[in-house]
Design a protein around this ligand. Sequence first.
Ligand SMILES: [Fe+2]
Ligand SMILES: [Fe+2]
Length: 464
Amino acid sequence: MTSRTPPTPPAEAVRVSEVLAALSFALDLTEGEPMGHSLRTCLIGMELADHLGLSLQDRRDLYYAMMLKDVGCSSSSARVHELFGGDDRLAQHWLKLVDWGNTLKAARFGLKHFVPGDSLGERARRVAMLARAGSSVATELVEMRSTRGASIVRRLGLGERAAEAVRSIDEHWDGSGRPRGARGDEIPLLSRIICISQILEVFAMVHGPRGAIQLAQSKKGRWFDPALVEACDHRLEQRMALWCALNAQGLRDAVRNGEPDGASLLAGPGTLDRIALGFAEVVDAKSPFTASHSFRVTEMALKIAARLGHGTEQLIELRRAALLHDIGKLYVPNSILDKPGRLGPEEWETVRLHPYYTQRILEHIRGFENLAVIAGAHHERLDGRGYFQGLRAEQIPLGSRVIATADIYDALTTARPYRPALPEETAVQLMERDRGIGLSGDCLDALADVLQAGEGGEYLGRVA
Ligand SMILES: [Fe+2]
Ligand SMILES: [Fe+2]
């Protein structure tokens, strides 16, 4: 074959920044921050970069690094929950604001925020435990997320400097930051900009832009590079006020318009696949019980779909939908995901919302509209008793039925907090009871074919 598809005209091409901007909302959810935190941080950082007259290359690396600054966040969620109890998203939010070098402040934080429903005695026990562990706990958490974050940025193809910038965003100018305790110019400039920008954003949303800048000034030379604090002027204050008032669409537009001229990356098919893989990893890292789940579901869904005669285009879409089907789970706290016992009604309601968030997050990516619908319907059942929409048989896209089959098979054959993994035959027997009621007979036949062909267990590696 020598014929080649002509390249898509640039005007219609999806930019990497658009995709990352949409997905950054999922990172905000995990991080316990208000939606748009990453994008507002990005706008603040780009304003500082302009003020400092950074080169085009620096601004480009900074721009992508800021949208992905929290991409490693889910890897510490389970550990944060284990240490702090309660809602890991709240703990992640407060962790950013606490000066862990100050024992008194850290203790006050602990007493106020550890498992607010627990007795004072239980909270005091956790504070004492953390005091014994010292600041090594905070270092462990930051190390975990910064290393994972940098490695994902690298794999997304955004370059070593963007990866290194993400790795060092929690370092402080005076050496009191983490994980390495780097100081001054040892910290990459881009990391220093992200560090101050994210704290400015958090405080601007709570105390207003002026309060945020006053906080930055109080940490000048301690947490923050003095030159960056000096760049926080009246103009930045005014712009922060504007950005804090924008809705999600307004934020996406502002970030799109703020992309460094001439440095935009276009999201070709390979890039979109890499991004889907990277975010599947973010989702799977959230809980030890979902490690590699998205990858295994994708592999099985592709095998089922191939037996059902899906064409190449459908398979490409299905692959991305399956990789991202549980991205809405980033909204579910680990206190629920990792709970060993039965879920209460409210907890169960939170779980039932995850496909809703999956759809909402993905539908804002141009070209992903159909994929968002497929991924968002992966918990629907033929009898209309699924969630979150209660769709019935013919209303459920075929791709969603395929993913549902692969998803349930994987859930049954892997361990859960409340039960061990079931053997393949038991899982299939259980699923057969739901034939034509919840699950599609065609998909179950295809699953049986895959398993009979001995292809059931060889998932990893091929999906990547
Ligand atoms: Fe799900
Ligand atoms: Fe799933």
